[in-house]
Ligand binder design. Structure first.
Ligand SMILES: *Cc1c(COP(=O)(O)O)cnc(C)c1O
Length: 716
């Protein structure tokens, strides 16, 4: 892959870095460190309190650290050894000559896959994600680096990120947007050969908007982020990319033009020529428009151009919820695409037909329809989601005899090196093959978990629960002392949680179909479960509601009120401002992970997979990925024995099934201890969950599936 010439802009540091540690800023500015335990250890050891204070932000650490600490590190043999090894591994990752792809398909230097996504979740210091879609995109970039697969990401750099969540005394979500200080994040402007920052000019309506290109280093992978907050742009244009999912429909369509059309222009400016264009969700589908325009201006006919685009476009759809698919009135398309047509103008009608879709409330221009009709391969993100998607879009090609591109399924996975707690990874280091991290999708590798003694596995599980409670306590101490929240809210935040009690986590976007408060349907029955004298249970919640999602905001408030309710005695907690950082502690530290969406509306879900790689047991409705993973021994299925169109009846049946599971199976399995104090049945399930889910629901398996089932067959 031809890497652009831009080199690392020097960090603006208050004091010089000792010469022996000259590459520290480089290590801090490549998010590769987030999933390499040696690199993480480098920064932890440099200044552990600061590491925690900055929420693991090495860039900020280097800017604020006392120079003596750096001097001391530079004189420590142990530290230097770690530092040298971490940098050697970073160099190896950037070379990209090892891993699955080079071994199968030749060395580095091949043209990359361009992966377009409206969000990327790489680290909490880069808040350019809202939830699961971003986590999948971020994990994909990291996995591509691990596998030596040439891939460049294209997305947005939202200067105000996604909302920060603040709660009122009564649990009403207030959204806070903060302008980020990008000098404190691992990001830099992409520069051209002359060293000048690159800017592309994107046509919007009758004007042009300047778009800056930022880059994030992700080991071998590069991520390019677009940003309209530039001096010559009008104030409203500078605001266009300010926030993720922040604006109205008009903002949204313009953002999508910037992402799709601007993204192609940016890659051209960077002299990157992708072999394949992967659209992660319909937000990026205007890539197709720009590519068709390029072809037509190069002298090709429309059909010819479309054939070419189909042969090089892959589309992943992510939601079975109809409202989750972006669509716009043709009037808006007319207005905002006015400057984008070029020579494609004479084929305008044909292009518009590609996005035309009647969702039942009139025909609009639908981004998913556009992507489905122009991608050579499309996939859903779980087997069940594949079935739902094929049905949902069955009429997409009404005039054609055969379905052009049947929707396949590539079930999501998670990047184990990102999500597995260090304590757990160190345990696996002792019992699994030395190269288990590189072979994380091989069942045989995980089978060696059988060798881990119960007591050791349980010790790590206890340790991780402890880390979660330390984190929650520290956070509430801060909220109390610095933010001045009232004492009851310190309780609602989890200060009374019992570090030895069975802890069940629920952390995800608050939206009605995920039914965040289902477990409170019968509060008396729940209170009895939670307050059982010898077998207490506690529930920890976290999650944001989209600002426009009234149902989600109300559900959040109901949950928060339960957390404040004395009858639950502090055994229900709500951790505010859910993000990657909070997610790490929760998916590692809980004992069980609750997932109770209204079937079949959860396309896949990934937090349950993150839980599994840490030995956390799923308690889940048979939706999304779980039917593929559940085997009766590796977690629990909430089985209401009923599928009803009546939401009320379904909720009642699902809640009843959940209570039965908790009372009859989950709680007894956790508290049934032998004479050594070990819950043998529980530990056996932990082992099963890790062994069965770890390999199959890894991004290693997932990305290989993408390569072999989606990318290569198309390119052949
Ligand atoms: C993993 C993750 C998600 C997605 O979780 P789901 O189970 O798919 O809902 C959302 N937000 C954050 C911060 C995550 O880490």
């Amino acid at each position: 892959m031809p890497l652009p010439p831009s080199d690392l802009a020097p960090l603006d540091l208050p004091s010089p870095i000792p010469a022996r540690l000259a590459r520290l800023p480089e290590l801090a500015c490549d998010v590769w460190w987030t999933w390499n335990w040696r690199a993480r250890e480098v920064f932890r050891r440099l200044d552990y309190p600061l590491w925690r204070q900055t929420a693991h932000n090495p860039v900020l650490m280097l800017q604020t650290m006392a120079p003596e600490r750096l001097e001391r590190a530079a004189a420590s043999r142990v530290f230097l050894e770690l530092y040298d090894e971490a940098l050697a591994e970073l160099d190896a990752a950037r070379r990209g000559d090892t891993g699955w792809w080079p071994a199968q398909h030749g060395g580095p230097g091949a043209p990359p896959i361009a992966y377009f996504s409206a969000e990327f979740a790489l680290h909490q210091s880069l808040p350019i994600y809202a939830g699961g879609l971003g986590v999948l995109a971020g994990d994909t970039c990291k996995q591509a680096s691990d596998m030596g697969l040439p891939l460049v990401g294209v997305g947005f750099m939202y200067p105000q990120g996604y909302l920060r969540q603040k709660l009122s005394a009564d649990g009403w979500q207030e959204e806070v947007y903060q302008q980020l200080d990008w000098s404190q994040a691992p990001i830099e402007r992409a520069a051209g050969e002359d060293g000048e920052p690159l800017v592309v000019s994107v046509p919007l309506n009758a004007r042009h908007v300047d778009v800056a290109i930022w880059q994030v280093r992700v080991g071998l992978t590069r991520l390019y982020l677009l940003d309209t907050d530039l001096e010559p742009n009008a104030p409203w244009d500078r605001e266009l990319t300010a926030r993720l999912y922040g604006g109205d429909r008009e903002t949204r369509i313009q953002q999508e033009i910037v992402l799709g059309v601007g993204g192609v222009l940016a890659l051209r400016r960077l002299r990157i020529a992708p072999v394949l264009w992967h659209l992660n969700e319909g937000h990026a589908a205007f890539v197709v428009l720009e590519r068709l325009r390029e072809h037509v201006e190069g002298g090709r006919g429309f059909d010819d151009a479309l054939e070419d685009v189909r042969g090089t476009t892959v589309f992943t759809t992510h939601t079975p919820v109809p409202a989750g698919h972006d669509q716009f009135p043709f009037q808006a398309i007319e207005t905002h695409l006015a400057g984008c047509w070029g020579a494609l103008a004479e084929h305008r009608e044909r292009f518009l037909a590609l996005g035309s879709w009647d969702s039942g409330a009139g025909t609009q221009f639908n981004m998913t329809a556009l992507a489905l009709r122009t991608a050579g391969r499309t996939n859903a993100v779980s087997a069940l989601h594949g079935i739902v998607t094929r049905e949902m879009w069955a009429n997409i090609w009404p005039d054609e005899a055969q379905v052009r591109a049947p929707v396949m399924s590539v079930t999501n996975g998670v990047h184990a090196s990102t999500w597995m707690a260090t304590d757990m990874a160190r345990l696996l280091d002792r019992y699994l093959a030395a190269d288990w991290r590189d072979r994380v999708d091989e069942a045989a590798v995980w089978a060696a978990l059988a060798e881990v003694p119960d007591a050791e596995l349980w010790t790590v599980r206890q340790l991780l629960r402890g880390h979660l409670f330390t984190f929650i306590r520290e956070r509430m101490r801060y909220r109390w002392r610095v933010d001045g929240v009232a004492a009851p809210r310190v309780v609602a935040g989890g200060i009374l949680l019992d570090p030895a009690a069975l802890t069940i986590g629920f952390a995800r976007r608050f939206t009605p179909y995920k039914r965040p408060d289902l477990v409170f349907r019968d509060p008396d029955r729940l209170a009895a479960i939670l307050n059982a004298t010898r077998q207490p249970v506690q529930l920890v919640f976290a999650g944001k509601a989209h600002p426009a999602d009234e149902g989600g905001r109300h559900a959040l408030q109901r949950v928060y009120r339960h957390a404040l309710d004395p009858r639950f005695a502090g055994r229900v907690a709500f951790v505010d401002d859910y993000d990657l950082h909070v997610a790490h502690f929760l998916v590692q530290g809980c004992d069980a992970w609750l997932n109770n969406p209204r079937r079949p509306l959860e396309a896949s879900g990934t937090s349950g997979m993150k839980a599994c790689v840490n030995g956390v047991l799923n308690i889940s409705i048979g939706d999304g990925w779980w039917p593929e993973a559940f085997d009766g021994t590796n977690g629990w299925l909430i089985d209401p024995g009923l599928a009803s169109d009546d939401a009320e009846a379904q909720d009642a049946a699902d809640a009843a099934a959940l209570y039965r599971l908790l009372e009859d199976e989950v709680v007894p399995a956790f508290y049934d201890r032998d004479e050594d104090g070990l819950p043998r049945r529980w530990i056996a399930m932990v082992r099963r969950a890790m062994t069965t889910v770890g390999p199959r629901f890894s991004t290693a398996r997932m990305l290989k599936d993408y390569v072999t089932q989606m990318y290569l067959p198309l390119l052949r």
